[in-house]
Design a protein around this ligand. Structure first.
Ligand SMILES: *Cc1c(COP(=O)(O)O)cnc(C)c1O
Length: 432
């Protein structure tokens, strides 16, 4: 074990990482494009965009320059009572590309805070009007972040078990798998028609953390229409799906009926720095416009709208909105579709699916599809050993690479997966 890894072990507690039985973390020295370079010179293709955040490749010079220039000019200023150009420009540009009904931008720190803000915004929207609506609907398998509000509206399971007594009550509808849409719609309808529902929060058309599960656009459209007829605030958590991942700029662009609130993060800065955004309609903000101080939205973070972060997001938008980036997303989609044809009839593969730049499938193992499915414990080291970063969710293997991944690297990743499927190693062979 190198000295650095010893020092890491001494001083650091890593996220989502058991303290026993895990391999040592890899020491990354630099990264460029889709490649991570370890301190001993190994190259790893980042096929999951470092937890779904990276869009344009690592250490992108355009983003790096924008951050550096902003750091030298105005690194930070309190955002209550003050404002600045990078924040204003970013808000305007986001509103320009979001659905037309979006009218105000609220800044925060990450994806979890973006959903916290959305939930609080929706609850206080009714509170300010003296309307007694307290219930919130979410979908089974949902993931909206790791803070308490976000955990409350997410799937309850082994990860949340220690905290379950502290989470607020939420009505979960079933995940609308194919063939179950009518049933789920009825579940949703009977909840909404009770009239106590304040908000409906969802990951539009694809759930990320539950295993890149795609569901019906038509159903979601119908649910939003019904919800909006009953004055239920519809919150689209686009933290994972935003900024081109699903083949459109936002997953909600696939919908006819537009959600009232959007949560953004991850790809917002191109994956360079943490930032959260919650946007809402004029109607929602109007409920806060009052001489009564008590109707203020009392929420804020020390680093709200940090200028360097806004500069990174503006730079990322410059890149995202180029023809080249759009072509990359299309190319990625076509390559994924061809590869899906190759693997979908493989005996090891179930439910292969592609949505935009995302490809996912389940591996045939005896156990159910879940995070704790043991497949991940040999899949992860297997692929790292081949120079590819893949981090399966249980036995769901998925690709969500930066849009700039070239055909050669993509072919290599596909071939590595194919080799694995054709000759799956015994689990002992890849154990540390
Ligand atoms: C990752 C994610 C979050 C949480 O974002 P963090 O920045 O990790 O707090 C929320 N919602 C969805 C859909 C996500 O994928």
């Amino acid at each position: 074990m190198s000295d650095w890894i010893k020092r890491d072990r001494e001083a650091i507690w890593h996220p989502f990482t058991p303290l026993r039985g895990m391999e040592s973390p890899l020491m990354i020295e630099r990264a460029e494009g889709v490649n991570l370079f370890t301190s001993d010179g190994a190259k790893i293709i980042d096929a999951i965009s470092s937890w779904w955040v990276n869009l344009h490749g690592h250490s992108h010079p355009h983003i790096a320059k924008a951050i550096a220039a902003q750091a030298a000019k105005l690194e930070h200023v309190i955002f209550a009572g003050f404002t600045h150009e990078p924040a204003i420009r970013l808000a305007e540009r986001l509103l320009e590309i979001l659905p037309e009904n979006q009218s105000k931008v609220f800044y925060s720190d990450n994806g979890s805070t973006a959903t916290e803000v959305a939930i609080k915004m929706a609850f206080q929207y009714f509170y300010n009007q003296g309307i007694n609506k307290k219930r919130i609907i979410a979908i089974d398998g949902a993931y909206h972040g790791d803070t308490f509000g976000a955990m409350s509206v997410g799937e309850r399971g082994p990860f949340t078990e220690p905290f379950d007594p502290y989470l607020f009550d939420v009505s979960f509808i079933d995940f609308p798998e194919e063939g179950k849409e009518a049933f789920v719609y009825q579940q949703f309808k009977s909840l909404v028609e009770k009239g106590e529902v304040a908000a409906f929060i969802f990951e539009p058309i694809i759930q990320g953390a539950s295993g890149m599960r795609v569901y019906s656009i038509a159903l979601l459209d119908k649910m939003i229409a019904l919800a909006q007829r009953h004055e239920v605030v519809c919150i689209a958590d686009e933290v994972m799906t935003g900024f081109g991942r699903t083949g459109k700029l936002f997953a909600s662009d696939w919908l006819t009926n537009k959600p009232d609130v959007f949560c953004l993060s991850k790809g917002l800065t191109g994956g360079a720095i943490a930032m959260g955004v919650t946007t809402c309609t004029e109607k929602i903000q109007a409920a806060y416009r009052s001489n009564d101080l008590m109707k203020t939205f009392f929420h804020g973070h020390s680093f709200t709208a940090n200028p360097m972060t806004c500069a990174a997001a503006n730079a990322s938008l410059d890149l995202l909105l180029t023809k080249e980036s759009e072509e990359n997303r299309l190319r990625l989609n076509h390559s994924h579709l061809s590869f899906m044809k190759v693997i979908e009839s493989h005996s090891m593969v179930r439910n292969a699916r592609v949505l935009g730049t995302i490809l996912a499938f389940e591996m045939n193992t005896e156990k159910d599809t879940s995070y704790f499915n043991e497949a991940r414990h040999y899949l992860y080291p297997y692929f790292i050993g081949k120079g590819v970063l893949l981090r399966p969710l249980g036995n769901v293997l998925y690709l969500i690479p930066p849009y700039v991944i070239c055909e050669k690297d993509l072919k290599y990743v596909y071939q590595t997966i194919l080799n694995f499927l054709n000759h799956p190693p015994k689990s002992e062979e890849t154990q540390p």
